[in-house]
Write a protein that binds this ligand. Sequence first.
Ligand code: SAM
Ligand code: SF4
Length: 319
Amino acid sequence: MRDQLGREIDYMRISLTDRCNLRCGYCMPRCGVPSVPHEMILRFDEIIRLVNIFCSMGVKNVKITGGEPLVRKNASALIGEMKSISGIEKVTMTTNGILLSENLEALAEAGLDGINISLDTLNRNKYLKITGSDGLDTVLKAIDRCRAFPQIKLKINTVTMADYNRDEICALADFAADCGASIRFIEMMPIGLGAGFDGYSQDEIIAALEEAYGPAKIINEKVGSGPAQYFEFEGYRGRVGFISPMSHKFCQSCNRIRLTSEGLLKPCLGSNEGIDLRKPLREGLTDEKLADIIKQGIYRKPAGHCFPATNSLMSKIGG
Ligand code: SAM
Ligand code: SF4
C-alpha cells in the first residue's frame, strides 16, 4: 500500500524481543532493560496473523530483528511459517551473531534468505568495550560457518563510531570481502543512547575507501530491499553499502514500517508515534478491522525523521 506521500510500503521489520545478550553502548543500557511481562509480548501465532494481513496489503520482505532475535526460542520455526505465506518473498534477519552458530542449520532449513551480522570492530578489546562482552571470537566463528550455507546472503553491518572504528574502515571492508559478504556502514543515529556517541559520515568513509582502493562508482540499480546505497571501488572485490540517515536523508523513498515485540506498529524509526495492534488483536477484531487500523497508521507515516525525536531505546524499536 501507499502512504499519504505516495511511498510504496513493502518492507517490514519485526522485533521478536527487546532482550539482548549484548549491551552495545549506543543501543542498550549496561544494566539491561526492565523485563517486559511475557503476556505483553506478541505470540508467534499473533505475529503470523499480522504478517498475513500486512502481506495482503503489499508487504513482501520481512526482516527479523530485536533486541537479539536469537534469544527468543524457536525463531527459526517462526521464519519457516513466514516463508510459507504466499506473497512473502524474502525473510532475513539481523543478529549480533553470538547465538548464530548453533542456530544456522535450523535457520537455513526454515528458508532464511539473508543474515546481517552486526560487527563494529575486529579488535577484541574494542569489541568488549562496545558490547560489554568478550564475544568477538564467537561472532567471527559464526561468520565463518555461514560459508557452509551459501543460499543465505551474508552482510556485515557496522555502525560508525568516531572513537572506536574510524581507523578500521578498510580493515572491516577487507574482512567482509574475504567472507564473501558485503559490508554496510550505518551512520550513528541520535536515538536513545546513540545520542551520546559521535559517528562519522558516508562521505568520510568513501574518502577513506577511495584512498585505499581507488575511485568509487555508485551502483544505480536497486540492491537489496532497504534504503542502502551501494558503491564499488576500483580495486575492491565487493560492494560497500551505506545507510546514511544523517548525511544523506532517504525519507522521501522510505519503504519500511516496524512492528515491536509488544505489538506497536511504528511507521517511522525517528518518531515517537506508535499504533497499538496487540489490544485490538486480542479483543478479537476481524482481519478486515485490523487491516483498517494498519492502513490508517501507514497512511499517516511521517514525511521524515526529525532526530533526536525519540528517546526510545533502539533495542526496543529493532533498528
Ligand atoms: N541485535 C541485533 C543486531 O545487533 O543486529 C538486532 C537489533 S539491533 C537494534 C539492529 C541494528 O541497529 C544493528 O545493526 C545495530 O548496530 C543498529 N543500531 C543500534 N543502535 C543504533 C544507533 N543509535 N544508530 C545506528 N544504528 C544502530
Ligand atoms: Fe543488542 Fe543489537 Fe542492541 Fe547490540 S545493537 S545491544 S546486539 S540489540
